[in-house]
Design a protein around this ligand. Sequence first.
Ligand code: ZN
Length: 227
Amino acid sequence: MKGPLVPATESSATDGRVPTALDLDTLSRQLNRPVRDVVEIPARCVCGNPLVAATAPRLSNGIPFPTTYYLTHPVLTAAASRLEAAGLMNEMTDRLAADTELAAAYQHAHEAYIAAREAIGERAGTGPVPETAGISAGGMPTRVKCLHVLIGHALAAGPGVNPLGDEALAAVAEWWTAERCYCEGAWDNQAPVPNKDLSRHVKHLNQLKAEAAGNADSTSDSANTEK
Ligand SMILES: [Zn+2]
């Protein structure tokens, strides 16, 4: 395994995929929220910083998590959002309906995504996740619903696996390319590492936890009552 850009650390990971403590802090700063259940770093900037995080197919709280690859680098996520706002997803979805060759390649990408998730789950020891069998992410295999997912997959898998992910990655070249580092100023490296997760997803999980603990009114919708 190669990992020449990443200095040996206390975790002494010989495999650059395994996140170090610094990687996890960087991810939390990039996303401005604490990351959870990240088990691998499938793609890195030339400087070594994470571009994509791989999340365990089953979270430590037991919830199945199909979106294995998450684009984390702020320059890339902003670029993907720009392409989405410009209507690239609808254009791609229309082409999938008309171009059988593209549709077949995208179907293969869907299958590769699921296989990669299973391999990550095996390496992470999370076991099989029957709840998400046959489900990938981003609209695959017949639609395009999230360019962040497709670009994350393209970066993790390398070129030639996800044709529309490769296209989306080529389309962000105005703002980001693999050859150089865009990290400077892209997030606040001096800021404290975020430790409060205020995302909707986590509020929902907290609500489920509270309900499981029996201290929430089952008809209540008040997920925000405590932090
Ligand atoms: Zn960088």
